[in-house]
Design a protein around this ligand. Structure first.
Ligand code: THU
Length: 136
């Protein structure tokens, strides 16, 4: 699967975002090393604090299905009215969840505004000097 295809999956995932409060819709597409894709969207809550980000939705769906081996995640975000589309970087909590299940030097985080406009990082670049499973 190429980057453009993974970004397309993230845009599809974004369509299901449940965001009555912020109206900021995020989609994520998580690629396993053997080529499966798990989609996630943000799911807000009237208590606000119970909101789940798109990236964590994708990870928790995948991990709960037994997946443990991940290659990349594509993320797209912006307001439901079409403004501020793209370059929605993962929050700190989501970066830490990625850290739990990936090799930060190899796992790719793709933040996209469109299929053609995207930035690619390793998790290590977005979460340097991190705390992970190997510290315990
Ligand atoms: N959000 C995500 O889904 N992923 C992030 O990494 C950043 C924030 C969501 C949470 C909330 O529903 C909305 O974006 C505004 O913060």
């Amino acid at each position: 699967m190429d980057v453009k295809e993974l970004i397309r999956e993230a845009f599809e995932a974004r369509k299901n975002a449940y965001t009555p409060y912020s109206k900021f819709n995020v989609g994520a597409a998580l690629l396993t090393k053997d080529g499966r894709v798990y989609r996630g969207c943000n799911i807000e809550n009237s208590s606000y604090g119970a909101t789940n980000c798109a990236e964590r939705t994708a990870f928790f769906k995948a991990v709960s299905e037994g997946e443990r081996s991940f290659a990349a995640i594509a993320i797209v975000g912006g307001y439901s009215d079409g403004s501020k589309i793209g370059y929605a970087f993962p929050c700190g909590i989501c970066r830490q969840v990625m850290r739990e299940f990936t090799d930060p030097t190899a796992f790719k985080v793709i933040v996209a505004a469109s299929e053609d406009e995207y930035k690619e990082y390793t998790l290590e670049e977005l979460l340097p000097e991190s705390f992970g499973p190997d510290n315990l």
